[in-house]
Design a protein around this ligand. Structure first.
Ligand code: ADP
Ligand code: MG
Length: 332
């Protein structure tokens, strides 16, 4: 049973960035306006996510990290109109099986907070009262320590994992209106660096400036296109001649209805059209696809990064035509 548990967990939590992603999504689901992410040794030793969301009520403590425990889906039909990031109740249970999990939380109905320690099977092994504001802190020590091979691989690739995590946090911070993000990293030499900092602005534009910097923002143009009768794209795209010298995907952010997702085909399309305008660079993009919940499915992979869109082929074609319009008038 425990092996099956570990194998299945591997699918939700693939790496450092998917682990932190799950915690950040929980904080957003809890209505937090302040989310702080602290890493030790780029997340290899320890990471925690602190929020000022609604907190977790004591009746949920025992089942919190049990597989499939979720407070978010009440009816099965909810799966078709997801308004929360989470719905499977797998993240905390997976994290438990992969590292050492502690949770500190308080709702507005409690006078004091509670600190909970879990074992690898998701059971509470210690509970004590603690002073804290309303909200939740979830900490994970030594991710993948229960899977030696994965753990070695993690150590070997920490820098790359860390880069991936930064890009992912940037993606969430850009789209989350009114949510202040702070991410810091502490290394063994006790040097602390700020990875990400936003002010909780109410506009995506201000978030883009906070995340990518004013200089980069000034290379961008607002984007608003109708791709089809039921799909529009809102965001920013770098002006012709401006872009990123690298093609690391770290400056292309794609969303569906505000949910960060991978869109390799759209990334490829952008790069191709942009190249066609005689540039050696890669475009910077922030693109939010707004479409009815019935026209796509994020429930394809456990990490919900891959999406299945109905009519993807024709969507990509007409998007390409629109992007060509953006770039072509400037060609000489
Ligand atoms: P899911 O998000 O799919 O429901 P998780 O395993 O991520 O599953 O979380 C399990 C449950 O724990 C959530 O449904 C929620 O009730 C609670 N929870 C987890 N993190 C937080 C948080 N930061 N604030 C409030 N509740 C939380
Ligand atoms: Mg979740």
């Amino acid at each position: 049973k425990s092996v099956a548990h570990k194998i299945c967990s591997g699918q939700v939590i693939l790496d450092l960035s998917s682990a932190v992603k799950e915690l950040v999504e929980n904080s957003l689901d809890a209505g937090a306006s302040n989310i702080e992410i602290s890493l030790k040794e780029h997340g290899e030793d320890f990471f925690k996510v602190i929020d000022n969301g609604c907190g977790i009520s004591p009746d949920n403590f025992q089942v919190l990290a049990k597989k499939y425990h979720t407070s978010k889906i009440t009816y099965f039909s909810d799966l078709h109109c997801l308004t929360t990031f989470g719905f499977r109740g797998e993240a905390l249970s997976s994290l438990c099986s992969l590292g050492s999990l502690t949770v500190e939380t308080r709702t507005k109905n409690e006078e004091v907070g509670t600190h909970l320690t879990f074992d690898h099977s998701g059971s509470v092994i210690a509970e004590r009262k603690t002073a804290r504001q309303v909200g939740t802190t979830v900490s994970v020590e030594k991710l993948f320590s229960t899977l030696p091979v994965r753990s070695k691989e993690f150590s070997r690739n920490v820098r790359r994992e860390y880069g991936k995590l930064t890009t992912l946090l940037n993606a969430y911070a850009i789209m989350a209106k009114g949510v202040r993000f702070l991410c810091t990293n502490i290394t063994s030499k006790n040097s602390k660096s700020v990875v990400l900092k936003t002010q909780g602005n109410n506009s995506v534009k201000e978030n883009v400036i906070a995340v990518l910097g004013l200089n980069t923002f000034q290379c961008l143009e607002p984007l608003s296109i109708n791709v089809s009768a039921c799909c529009t794209v809102e965001g920013f795209l770098s002006k012709p001649g401006y872009g990123s010298g690298r093609n690391m995907g770290d400056r292309q952010f794609f969303y569906i209805n505000g949910r960060p997702v991978d869109m390799p085909k759209v990334g490829k399309l952008l790069n191709e059209v942009y190249k066609g305008s005689n540039s050696k660079q890669y475009p910077i993009a922030i693109m939010n696809f707004i479409m009815p919940a019935t026209s796509y499915d994020v429930n394809v992979t456990p990490d919900k990064r891959k999406v299945f869109m109905t009519d993807e082929g024709s969507l990509i074609l007409s998007l390409r035509a629109e992007i060509e319009k953006v770039y072509s008038p400037h060609q000489c």
